[in-house]
Ligand binder design. Structure first.
Ligand code: FES
Length: 308
């Protein structure tokens, strides 16, 4: 067997392991309990702060940079016995920063799909192991057992790297935390699109239409104004047209994100990105929508242009 083939088989094993993790239901009951507990935490407005709504994307990946960076730097310093004090300091910094990062990760995790939660649980367990090992490392160092302290620290780094790999799987392969409405300006063609007669849109009710195969939520106000947003929620693609319309907003039926109908702004998370909003007009008794010029101006080349 060639070395290349052996390497490919190894890669497939890792992928198969990770994909199998997504389908592993053994801990589902525990996850339900933990998820309910996390959602019940009295965080108030702090919950959106932890989701990263203020930043426009999840804040957890940003927060984990501090423990990972501190622990990696400590590992380098540990190669020089004379720098053990500095390494201990960095390990302490990493441990202090791990707590808020974990809380941010937990509030995101509680609002994910089940396969994502399964991977997220193992990601959290690996990182918890890292925290335990680094805490043991600090205790050993404080007792003068520097060699054992270094050993625990390197084990901790291995656990943190495993947690990081699972975090990457969650973010990139499973698209947890990605903006699920990002493609809309690239897919919808420019110009006005007719989506139905005014009478097809009962006042105050959410109606689903399609524009270039992109689902669109349409709500006509009793006063006559018509609002149109991309229907797939930016959080995890939930159908906003099946949500609740009230006070000029729509509430996603899946995890409760709230979007302003007039401009798609996400007034409440867990969605961290706003919802693409369409311009609307009524022509000859029909509703027409188009993407605002500034959002379609930056879109990709049209499919026709992209084809050879
Ligand atoms: S899909 Fe999660 S809030 Fe909409």
């Amino acid at each position: 067997m060639t070395r290349t083939l052996r390497r490919r088989m190894g890669q497939n094993r890792v992928l198969r392991l990770l994909d199998g993790l997504e389908r592993q239901p053994r801990a589902d009951t525990v996850m339900d309990l933990v998820g309910r507990g996390v959602r019940a935490l009295p965080l108030g407005g702090g919950r959106d702060l932890l989701h990263g709504r203020w930043l426009g994307h999840p804040v957890h990946p940003l927060m984990v940079q501090v423990p990972i960076g501190s622990w990696l730097s400590a590992a380098v310093l540990d190669l020089r016995p004379s720098r053990s004090r500095e390494a201990s300091l960095l390990i302490g910094v990493g441990l202090a920063a791990a707590a808020p990062a974990a809380l941010a990760g937990a509030v995101d995790w509680a609002e994910l799909h089940r396969p994502q939660q399964r991977v997220g649980l193992v990601h959290a367990l690996a990182n918890t192991a890292a925290v335990g090992l680094y805490a043991a490392s600090l205790v050993c160092r404080a007792k003068g057992r520097t060699g054992a302290g270094r050993g625990f620290a390197y084990l901790g780094l291995t656990a943190a790297a495993t947690g990081g790999m699972l975090g990457g799987h969650l973010a990139y392969r499973q698209a947890a935390g990605a903006n699920h409405a990002e493609e809309v300006p690239h897919v919808v063609s420019e110009g006005w699109h007719r989506i139905g007669a005014v009478a097809d849109f009962p006042a105050g009710q959410a109606v689903r239409r399609s524009v270039d195969d992109v689902p669109v939520l349409v709500v006509r106000e009793p006063g006559g104004a018509v609002h149109a947003l991309a229907d797939r929620c930016s959080h995890l693609a939930g159908p906003l047209s099946e949500g609740t319309v009230e006070d000029g907003c729509v509430r996603c039926p899946w995890h409760g994100s709230v979007f302003r109908l007039s401009d798609g702004w996400n007034v409440r998370g867990p969605a961290t990105a706003p919802q693409p909003a369409f311009d609307t007009r009524i022509v000859d008794g029909h509703v027409e929508v188009r993407l605002p010029e500034e959002s379609s101006a930056e879109s990709s080349p049209s499919t026709a242009e992209a084809l050879p």
